[in-house]
Structures are given as C-alpha cells and as structure tokens.
Design a protein around this ligand. Structure first.
Ligand code: PEP
Length: 250
C-alpha cells in the first residue's frame, strides 16, 4: 500500500504569524479527514521553527521548500539541510519548476541538494514536469524521464526507498489550468515505469504526487487514478479549509 500524501507548498506567502495560524487550522481540521492521508506543510524557512512547534503531535509533517547544495560555509543567503533538519523538519521539496526556471537549478545542482537532504535525514519531494512548449511538442515523457535519470538514478536503493516524486506540469502551476485525470494517470504510470527500470519492485511503493492547480473541486477525480498518490498543492494550500478539502478527495 503506497502512502497517500497531500503536501502544501506555501511558496513565498504568509507572515510567520499567519503561517502559524494556517498550520493550526490544518491541525484542527485534520480530525475530519481520513487518517490514511499524510499531510505535509512546507512554509518559508522563516516559519519552520514555529510551524514545527504547533504541528508537533498532530500527525502533520513539516517540509522546507529548498536546501543548500553545500553542508556549511561561506554561502551567503543559503540554508543548509542540517539547519533545517535540526528544527524537526522531515521533508524538503527539491527541483520545483520555479527553482529550475528562475534560479537556474540543474540536475547537477539537484544531485548535490539530494545528497545533502539524505545526509541529514530529510525526505526529498523531487519535482519533475514539462513546460507548455514541451507538452505541445509531445516531449513530456522524455523531459520527465531525463529529470529522473539525471538525478533519481544516482540514488542508492536505500535512499530511493524514502523518495517522494511530484509530477508538476509547468503549464498547470498557478495557471488555473489542470491536467485531466487521464493525462495525470498516463504520465504517472510512465514515471513509475521509468523508476521501475532502475529500482525494480521498489517503484511500486513510491508515492507520486500530482501538482498543478489542484483544488477541492478536482482533487477526488485526479486522486482516484491508480498511479496518483496525492498532490503537491500551491495556491489552495494557503487556506486550511481548501487544503483539508483536498485531503478529503481520497
Ligand atoms: C506548486 O507550485 O507546487 C503548485 C502545484 O502550485 P498551484 O497548486 O498553485 O498550481
């Protein structure tokens, strides 16, 4: 049985105080959602410490949105995986399309970040996905395959066993445009096939989340698909009510 996960990527939104209220709201409402759903909230770095405190004992896990490529040292503005982990954070989003697009993250960078995450016991939520041009050109399978081969294939089987993947078509992120449930299933099944070609049966246990304008009105249809194990949620994660309603999609 694969883990069902609903993860919220808050991006660069909320003040620390608002973030704490949001996390408390999720913790409060979680009782009405199936216990089978694993909720993760990923606030900005500045909120992590307080959000860990208010979610402790509620069953909600906390993730960061990124980590540094290096362990420590003269890297102004960077935050090391060890610093994040020391707060009680369990997950880290890596390879989000906004980081690839706006901050030039490459597979080379991501291999280093993955190594830092694993060295500090953080579980990566590794994002893959194609742009609109790539989708239109029918290259979406190849793009996702390359993003996996160049990074995930470098993991040891033990590291791989902890990995979470998020498929996020760039054209569906923050645009209101969602992949259809069929499109999501098609590529999730393909991604699992690619993973299986390297890691064998372990691929059947890897949670693959869908991300891209996922909301209460479309979550259930997408989550019903065999290879979709939950969602990475952006905009709709900023309202506890909507985030929880997405969890009810299972
Ligand atoms: C995201 O950026 O991870 C995301 C899925 O955003 P949104 O839900 O707002 O499209």
């Amino acid at each position: 049985m694969r883990k069902k996960i609903v993860a919220g990527n808050w991006k660069m939104n909320t003040t620390p105080a608002e973030g704490v209220e949001l996390a408390k709201g999720v913790a409060e409402g979680k009782k009405e959602v199936c216990e089978c759903v694993n909720f993760i909230v990923c606030p900005p770095f500045t909120h992590l410490s307080e959000v860990v405190k208010v979610t402790r004992g509620t069953g909600i896990a906390v993730g960061a949105q990124d980590c540094a490529t290096e362990a420590k040292g003269a890297y102004t503005g960077e935050v090391a995986a060890s610093m994040i982990a020391s707060l009680g954070v369990e997950y880290v989003i890596l390879g989000h399309s906004e980081r690839r697009q706006y901050y030039g993250e490459t597979s080379e960078t991501l291999n280093k970040k993955m190594a830092q995450a694993y060295a500090n016991n953080l579980t990566p939520i590794y994002c893959v996905g194609e742009s609109l041009e790539e989708r239109k050109a029918g290259k979406h399978f190849d793009v996702c395959k390359a993003q996996i081969e160049e990074v995930v294939f470098n993991l040891t089987p033990e590291q791989y066993s902890k990995l979470v993947i998020a498929y996020e078509p760039v054209w569906a992120i923050g645009t209101g445009e969602t992949a259809t449930a069929e499109q999501a299933q098609e590529i999730h099944a393909y991604i699992r096939e690619v993973l299986a070609s390297k890691f064998g049966e372990a691929a059947a246990e890897t949670p693959i989340l869908y991300g891209g304008s996922c909301k209460p009105s479309n979550a259930a249809e997408i989550f019903a698909k065999e290879d979709v194990d939950g969602g990475l949620i952006g905009g709709a994660a900023l309202k506890a009510e909507d985030f929880l309603a997405i969890g009810k999609g299972f």
